[in-house]
Design a binder for this molecule. Structure first.
Ligand code: AMP
Ligand code: MG
Length: 313
């Protein structure tokens, strides 16, 4: 272990001017990097470079039909990759960007279908992280990035997690500190008259409903799942430890000593969730009782990730 860690150790760069310039240079040459964002670390490539994008799928071990999120530096860059962006979508992005909201919009013909998994729609967001924004702006191109972990495994929230997971398979990792949000962005499909949440995140259903209400728009209530958001697998974000999910107040399902309490301080729970799951594996814990948060606000995103992490393999 120590040999690989020390090799990649030299590839972690601080997110200062020099580190950012190095990252931009790697992307410009078609390389791939670990990119800090406020949600989780991304495995980033120049979205206009098909070979680089294909390498992202290969390194992750991700099926090429599972589209990547395209990260842009500001809302105006959305119009360089999308067409027919709805007024409703603009309401959401005006409020939430930069931030943990991804919108699905119709792609224009400049967007590589390698990024969209062959679809005519594209997922876009502006991340709220100064290093990510600086890198995308200096590259001058959109950046495609899924989470920087192997397919199906726990997402990374520190540069060290990325280095541990992806070892020598990537050019460098930009260390932008611990991710502030800690769970992936909320994904909203804005291609239908009634927008629909495809993945819950820190921009909550309540937030979105309140933004849309003055415009007489409501959210679609029944998520249609896999067909709409390819890659939303039942098992995902999964540690080796077996998670036994329990509502607060119910008896503990497993007579194991380990308990992960996710029931309160939800911003902190989200921020530390993936590090906690990684920690269970590092300590060799086999079974853990997980106290679920209530199903409202950020609780939806945490419950979603925990249900997927607990899903039978
Ligand atoms: P990740 O990169 O792991 O954060 O996951 C991104 C997810 O966004 C994918 O797995 C899809 O579910 C969703 N997604 C990305 N692009 C599209 C799209 N064009 N249409 C529907 N869902 C998308
Ligand atoms: Mg992921």
């Amino acid at each position: 272990m120590s040999r690989i860690v020390s090799r990649i150790g030299r590839r972690i760069v601080v997110a200062d001017e020099r580190g950012i310039a190095q990252a931009v240079e790697v992307l410009r040459r078609g390389g791939i990097i670990g990119l800090p964002t406020e949600t989780v670390y991304g495995l980033a490539a120049d979205a206009t470079n098909d070979a680089a994008v294909r390498r992202v799928f290969a390194v992750k071990g991700r099926p090429t039909s599972h589209p990547l999120i395209v990260h842009v530096a500001d809302a105006s860059q959305l119009d360089t990759i999308a067409v027919d962006v709805s007024d409703t979508c603009r309401v959401l992005t005006a409020h939430a960007w930069p931030g943990p909201l991804t919108v699905i919009v119709p792609a224009n013909n400049t967007v590589s279908r390698a990024v969209t998994g062959g679809r005519d729609t594209v997922a876009v967001r502006v991340p709220a992280h100064p290093a990510a924004l600086a890198i995308i702006a200096q590259l001058g191109k959109p950046v495609a990035a899924p989470s920087a972990n192997r397919f199906g495994q726990v997402s990374p929230t520190t540069a060290r997690h990325v280095a541990d997971d992806l070892g020598a398979d990537i050019e460098l990792v930009v260390d932008g500190g611990e991710c502030e949000v800690g769970v992936e962005s909320t994904i909203v499909d804005c291609t239908t008259p009634q927008p629909e949440i495809l993945r819950p995140g820190a921009i909550t259903a309540e937030d979105i409903a309140a933004l849309l209400d003055p415009h007489g728009v409501t959210l679609a209530s029944e998520p249609t799942g896999e067909s709409r958001a390819p890659g939303m697998l039942a098992r995902h974000y999964a540690p080796a430890a077996r998670l036994h999910l329990v509502e607060v107040g119910a008896p503990l399902p497993h007579a194991s000593a380990a308990v992960l309490d996710c029931s309160h301080d939800l911003a902190l729970v989200a921020r530390t969730l993936y590090a906690s799951l990684r920690d269970l594996d590092r300590r060799g814990v086999h079974d853990v009782n997980v106290l679920l948060p209530p199903p409202r606000g950020l609780g939806h995103a945490i419950r979603d990730r925990l249900h997927k992490a607990a899903s039978p393999r």
